[in-house]
Ligand binder design. Structure first.
Ligand code: DGP
Length: 114
């Protein structure tokens, strides 16, 4: 599979990993948009985008969100607040087609997003 995030999940490409278990991997974004910018991905299942989720993926994607919250606590941004984002498709600003949750924090976020 020619997917950079599958390769990170399989430790075939390097990443600065902050958390991993059998289901998910969390690692620092290579191009951070905030003082803390971590991506959380499913490890074993390649789902290209949120729009491709099926009902059977609900628990896995729920875990991705839960681990996003855990990582926010681990990295000290939970108390001040943080943002969780899934970009989906071209208009959603998605560039890597393996679902990933952005965990952003360490500064105030603005709304609406760009
Ligand atoms: P998105 O635009 O939502 O698809 O976000 C993709 C993110 O992935 C973007 O913030 C940059 C990050 N990224 C792309 N390639 C790599 C990589 O090889 N390593 C890491 N750590 N992050 C990457």
């Amino acid at each position: 599979m020619d997917c950079i995030f599958c390769q990170i999940a399989e430790h075939k490409l390097p990443a600065n990993i902050v958390y991993e278990d059998d289901d998910v991997v969390a690692f620092h974004d290579i191009n951070p948009q905030a003082p803390v910018h971590v991506l959380v991905i499913p490890r074993k299942k390649h789902i290209a985008k949120i729009a491709d989720m099926t009902a059977e993926d609900q628990a896995l994607v729920g875990k991705v969100i839960y681990i996003g919250k855990q990582v926010a606590e681990q990295l000290g941004i939970a108390e001040d607040g943080f943002r969780l984002v899934f970009n989906n498709g071209r208009h959603g600003g998605q560039h890597v087609y393996h679902i990933h949750l952005h965990v952003l924090g360490g500064r105030p976020m603005t709304w609406p997003p760009g």
